[in-house]
Design a protein around this ligand. Structure first.
Ligand SMILES: Cc1ncc(COP(=O)(O)O)c(C=O)c1O
Length: 422
């Protein structure tokens, strides 16, 4: 081997090692000094999240990624680009998706072969919505707390096939099972509802979900959860939820790169799930005469050339969250939400999102003082206060999405700013 080739090979292998283990993420997580206003570990993580310089309460929209996560994406892009088909490079790059499926599955209660990697929650919702051969008059049940991503695909089925969309009332405090019993008919084929609503922050509790799943299964009604707002915000275990399908993304509460997601298809549902979009990489084999055999795993829903560097960043984000400590960060989200509920009520106003443990989440939604609208306050906070919140469906509702890197001081000063607008 010439010196130049030896050098190149060593350079490739060295960068491959850095690519596979997000070591900088682990190494950059010191314990820090505790203080009452901001614990040391929060100060440390905020240094890695540039957007936390502002009052960032928009994780439920589009979240910032920690810098080490983006470094992994950038390093991987450059590494791949050194030789996209080089035998020393490709195996490292190609390991990205199996590694991520395994890692994501282990964190959220699935096996590797039950996970398909997607680019958004919406992509997963589309896989679920096209999973049946729809007939005119078939019914689907959605809720009254949906993001458009879990409406438009079903409206499209209504337009194309005459599917009937029915709406469950998931306002804060309603009974999920009572509502469901009043809506299900012999034409109901699927239920697709948010695990955590982007609109009122309500979480379907584990007990509610397990009861619903068992009841739907007796009637051969499929059960899909839109989980865009859940992993990284509340504890998630697909086996406990007992849903058939689950769609989520990396770019909200998991702080992953934009354009990352995952779709869970329970093992026994795979062969009952119609495939709509497909292509190269979905099959074990095919021929030129029309023969093909699908991969017997959820990755049959993946096809074409994929954004592997971005998926490696998603994996790095999962490691980063685990380094911070999933249990302690979820606990901190809940503690901050309890603080926000108390503070907003003490000021004499109403909280729209649930207050009960189990149903409340980081998607905290408040009712604004009279005469203020969510849209106007969102604009005023954004331009005048470097504070990022979000309007939702209710004209007087404002979503203040609280992640673990936020602080009590930020919550208080945001509430002060809202009151000053009133
Ligand atoms: C409940 C819910 N579902 C789906 C989506 C769409 O997510 P994505 O952009 O990952 O497709 C969102 C985005 O805010 C959401 O809140």
């Amino acid at each position: 081997m010439t010196t130049r080739r030896r050098f190149l090979k060593r350079a490739l292998l060295t960068s491959a090692a850095g690519m596979m283990t997000p070591a900088p993420v682990l190494g950059m997580m010191p314990t820090g000094q505790e203080s009452t206003s901001m614990p040391g570990w929060i100060r440390d993580v905020r240094r890695q999240i540039p957007a936390s310089r502002d009052r960032f309460f928009q994780t439920a929209g589009i979240a910032p990624s920690p810098t080490p996560v983006l470094d992994v994406v950038s390093n991987m892009l450059h590494y791949q680009n050194k030789g996209p088909v080089h035998p020393d490079i490709w195996p490292t790059v190609a390991a990205t998706e199996p590694d991520l499926r395994r890692h994501f599955g282990a964190m959220f209660g699935a096996r590797e072969h039950e996970i398909a990697l997607t680019h958004s929650t919406s992509e997963g919702i589309n896989i679920a919505s096209w999973s049946r051969n729809w007939q005119k008059g078939d019914e689907v049940i959605l809720s009254n707390q949906e993001h458009p991503a879990n409406l438009i695909p079903w409206y499209n089925l209504a337009t194309r096939f005459g599917v009937v969309v029915r709406r469950l009332d998931l306002s804060t405090g309603t009974s999920l099972m009572d509502g469901m019993r009043s809506l299900v008919s012999r034409r109901t084929r699927m239920v697709s509802i948010p695990h955590v609503s982007r609109n009122n922050g309500r979480r379907i509790t584990n007990d509610e979900s397990a009861e619903l799943a068992a009841w739907l299964r007796q009637q051969d009604i499929r059960y899909h959860l839109d989980g865009a707002q859940a992993p990284g915000c509340v504890p998630v275990d697909f086996r406990v939820l007992r849903c058939d399908y689950y769609s989520t993304c990396g770019h909200k509460w998991l702080l992953g790169p934009k354009g990352t997601g995952a779709f869970y298809c329970r093992e026994d549902m795979l062969d009952r799930t119609e495939l709509t979009w497909t292509g190269s990489h979905s099959t074990v084999s095919y021929d030129q005469e029309g023969g093909y055999q699908l991969i017997p795993e959820a990755r049959r829903f993946e096809f074409g050339t994929r954004a592997l560097a971005t998926f490696r960043g998603f994996d790095a984000a999962l490691y980063w969250m685990q380094d911070v400590g999933m249990d302690r960060l979820l606990q901190r989200v809940d503690d901050l939400v309890v603080f926000a509920i108390e503070s907003w009520k003490e000021r004499g106003y109403r909280v729209v999102s649930p207050e009960d443990a189990g149903a409340r989440t980081g998607v905290f939604v408040l009712e604004l003082p009279a005469r203020l609208t969510g849209r106007a306050v969102y604009d005023a906070l954004r331009s005048g206060h470097d504070t990022f919140t979000s309007p939702v469906d209710g004209p007087r509702d404002l979503r203040v999405a609280i992640h673990f890197f936020n602080t009590k001081d930020e919550i208080e000063s945001t509430f002060d700013a809202i009151e000053s607008l009133a």
